[in-house]
Structures are given as structure tokens and as C-alpha cells.
Design a protein around this ligand. Structure first.
Ligand SMILES: Cc1cc2nc3c(=O)[nH]c(=O)nc-3n(C[C@H](O)[C@H](O)[C@H](O)COP(=O)(O)OP(=O)(O)OC[C@H]3O[C@@H](n4cnc5c(N)ncnc54)[C@H](O)[C@@H]3O)c2cc1C
Length: 390
């Protein structure tokens, strides 16, 4: 098989890059290891910056998003039985939007299928070669070894993908921190309450309550890194969420059936070398942020925009200027965002062996973000996201 751009991974980065390339008249083939059903059902992120929403609208993916996206104009922090409700209004009209990542993925897949463009599911990429001149992607599909010849490879295959390992010397450009805890994430058929949304610091560990729709909530508990997602009963999870989210008002969360559970480890990871020859990596393939900032999907969208434009310039006018500065341009958004997500992570979780002195220090950080003008400005700016350079 032959195409202009071989895209590895049908997550938000790969699907959006394919869409932007398509609208610029460039052909691509997406190779995805998982089944179509698995990709459509995978529950993950859900908080979109306005830049992400604008990007999806620009590339024709705004119809359902405009109907079902829930504007989020404030954010709550809760600690030591008190709460701060921080306005996200920075005077520009920007706000966050709640819209599940799986809906974005579904919108992009259905559009691509309606346009008759190729996504090969259950295509497991094993290796890449000739990435400096005439790239080839080797993959296994339907029990057979196959090859995709292309002019450029977009490595959008997430943290566990193969692309990053094909960038020579990428290991020497990696920065990593592993946190000693994980998040138990649940999806519940329980109407989220506006008054009980946001991030909570508790001496028992972090809790988060957010909305996926008017009737479905997405909630998280800090758990041990190797926790079994099924170890707690539904009742134990709801009880624990109510205890940890106690803001001194005795208000309780709406409860309902838990329809999905998963455990995700928390880490910060950046690979600063994001391109070599005719291979570039984007999204989680290049960086992971702890979910406390709600930034991973937003960063993936930012990378995909720049990568698609750099590929367009290369393939249409042989101009490599943007491609040559791809890593640097992406990193100008990545590092400040990673810093914010890690700062949130470190202020909100209980670390093994944490002293009561350290807990008091966390309260001071949360008080700064929640109750001082300068702290609220910092939080607002970071949550709304950095502007795009192109
Ligand atoms: C619990 C949780 C909550 C989160 N909350 C938020 C949030 O609120 N806001 C936010 O912005 N982000 C959040 N994130 C992060 C966000 O989900 C990711 O950053 C986002 O999915 C990155 O998109 P991606 O396309 O780069 O990678 P992925 O979505 O991981 O897609 C990569 C794709 O590549 C495929 N693949 C991998 N290897 C191969 C191979 N060898 N061959 C073929 N295909 C392959 C995978 O199957 C996958 O489909 C959260 C993440 C988690 C786990």
C-alpha cells in the first residue's frame, strides 16, 4: 500500500492530523492497533481549552460539539473543609468546554469513514525504516505482515507506541517523573451538581468531580499505583468521594450506577526530540502530563496542528523551515503546560510518608490559587491554555 502520509494511531492527534491534511488535499492512511469498537468506547479526557474547540470547529468538527459541549466558566478547589470558586473569565470571552474525548474521536472517525478515507483497525505497527528518504511502515494485519510506503510518517501512537523509539537518540532527550499514586476514574449515571464539581485535597487523598453531560459524571479518586479498579464497591466509592470532597457544607454528590472504571498511573514525561528526517511524533507519543491539569488532549491537538502544517509545507513546496523548528515550537507550549499540570498534581495529592508540615504547605498553595488575585490569575491563565503560534 502507498500514501503520502502514514499516520500511526487513531487517537485525537492522529485523527485530527489526518483531517487537517485531508482539507489541504494531502492523502493519508491511519494504522490503528486496536479494534474500531475499542477506540470508540475508550473513555479518557473531557476538558477542552477554547483553542481546542476553535480548532475542531475550523476543521469542520464542531456540529455535535456546539450542541453537546458544556461551557465551564469557573473551577472549584476544595481543601481543609473549605472551597474556592474561581472564575475563568479573563475578559476575552474564553472558557473551558466539557466534551468527552471519545466523542471527538467518534466525530473524526465517522467523518473520515463518510469521506471514504482509509483507517485500518487492528493494524499493529512493528517497525519503521528509511525515515530519512522514503519511509516505510511495517505492520501486521489479518495475520499477515504488510508494508505502507509513504513520503512522511506521523507518529501519533501514544506513550506505548513504536514511533518515538525510531527517532535516533530520543532516549537522551527524555525527561521523566513517576508519581507514587494513580487515579481510579469512574463514569457514573448520576447528574453532576454544579456546586460539587472540581478538585478536592483531602488527607485521605485527592478526589475530582466533573461532568461529561447533564446526566453523566466523571469522577476520580487517588489510589495506590497498582490498585485493582474493582477492589471497591460502588457504595464504597461514593462514600469515599463524599468524605474527600467535604467542603464544610455537608452537601453530597448525586449517586447513580457506575458504568465504567479504570486505573491510570500518573507521570510527567517529555521527549524533546520530536522529529527526525521524515518522521515526527505528536501527542502522548512525545509527552505525558498528569491528568490533574486536564491538558493531555489539548496538547495533542496543539502538536497535530503544527505537525500537519509542517507536513503540508514539506509536501507541497518542499519547504522544511517549519519542520526544522517543529520540536522547538511544540516545546514552547509543552513545558509550561507540563509545569502547571505537575504543580496541580503536587498540591492536590497525598504522597507516601507525607508530614503534616507538607500538608500545610499544600494548603498554602491552594489558598494562593483559590483566594488571592495573583494566584487566581495564574490558575485562570494556565487552565485556559496558551495561544497557538500558527
Ligand atoms: C484517566 C485520564 C484522564 C485524562 N483527562 C484528561 C483531560 O481532562 N484533559 C486532557 O486534555 N487530557 C486528559 N487525558 C489525557 C488524554 O486522554 C491524552 O493525552 C490523549 O489521549 C492523547 O492523544 P494521542 O492521540 O496523542 O494518544 P492516544 O489517545 O493514546 O492515541 C494513540 C493511539 O495509537 C495507537 N497505537 C499505539 N501503538 C500502536 C502501534 N504499534 N500500531 C498502531 N497503533 C498504535 C493506540 O491504540 C491509540 O489508539 C487523560 C488521560 C487519562 C488516562
Amino acid at each position: 500500500m502507498k500514501t503520502q502520509v502514514g499516520i500511526i494511531g487513531a487517537g485525537p492527534a492522529g485523527l485530527l492530523a489526518a483531517r487537517i491534511l485531508q482539507l489541504n488535499g494531502i492523502d493519508s492512511v491511519i494504522l490503528e492497533r486496536r479494534t474500531r469498537a475499542y477506540v470508540l468506547e475508550r473513555v479518557r479526557a473531557g476538558v477542552l481549552e477554547s483553542g481546542t474547540v476553535d480548532t475542531l470547529r475550523t476543521y469542520g468538527m464542531g456540529e455535535r460539539l456546539n450542541r453537546e459541549g458544556i461551557p465551564m466558566r469557573s473551577m472549584q478547589l476544595c481543601w481543609d473543609r473549605q472551597k474556592a470558586d474561581i472564575s475563568l473569565d479573563d475578559g476575552t470571552g474564553r472558557h473551558l468546554t466539557t466534551y468527552g474525548q471519545q466523542k471527538i474521536v467518534e466525530d473524526l472517525i465517522l467523518q473520515r469513514e463518510a469521506d471514504g478515507l482509509p483507517i485500518v483497525f487492528e493494524a499493529d505497527v512493528s517497525s519503521l525504516d528509511d525515515i530519512e528518504t522514503a519511509p516505510r511502515i511495517h505492520y501486521r494485519h489479518n495475520g499477515e505482515d504488510r508494508v505502507l510506503d509513504c513520503q512522511f510518517i506521523a507518529g501519533c501512537d501514544g506513550y506505548h507506541g513504536v514511533s518515538r523509539g525510531h527517532i535516533p537518540g530520543s532516549d537522551e532527550h527524555v525527561f521523566l517523573t513517576e508519581y507514587p499514586f494513580a487515579w481510579l476514574g469512574i463514569l457514573a449515571e448520576a447528574a453532576p451538581l454544579a456546586a460539587r464539581r472540581g478538585f478536592a485535597h483531602s488527607t485521605r487523598g485527592l478526589a475530582v468531580a466533573s461532568a461529561r453531560s447533564a446526566s453523566v459524571g466523571r469522577l476520580y479518586l487517588q489510589v495506590e499505583p497498582d490498585a485493582d479498579p474493582n477492589a471497591m464497591s460502588d457504595q464504597q466509592i461514593w462514600d469515599e468521594l463524599d468524605i474527600r470532597m467535604d467542603d464544610g457544607t455537608a452537601a453530597q454528590l448525586n449517586r447513580g450506577p457506575i458504568i465504567e472504571r479504570s486505573v491510570a498511573r500518573l507521570r510527567g514525561y517529555v521527549c524533546e526530540k520530536m522529529r527526525h528526517g521524515r518522521l515526527a511524533i505528536a501527542g502522548d507519543a512525545a509527552h505525558i502530563v498528569p491528568p490533574s491539569g486536564g491538558k493531555g488532549l489539548n496538547l495533542a491537538v496543539g502538536d497535530a496542528r503544527i505537525m500537519a502544517e509542517a507536513i503540508r509545507r514539506l509536501l507541497t513546496t518542499n519547504d522544511t523551515t517549519l519542520l526544522d523548528s517543529y520540536s522547538e515550537m511544540c516545546l514552547r507550549r509543552i513545558w509550561p503546560t507540563v509545569h502547571w499540570a505537575c504543580s496541580m498534581c503536587e498540591a492536590l495529592h497525598i504522597f507516601p510518608g507525607q508530614t503534616n508540615f507538607q500538608t500545610r504547605m499544600q494548603y498554602q498553595t491552594l489558598n494562593h490559587w483559590g483566594n488571592t488575585e495573583i494566584g487566581q490569575q495564574r490558575l485562570r491563565k494556565a487552565q485556559l491554555g496558551l495561544p497557538y503560534e500558527i
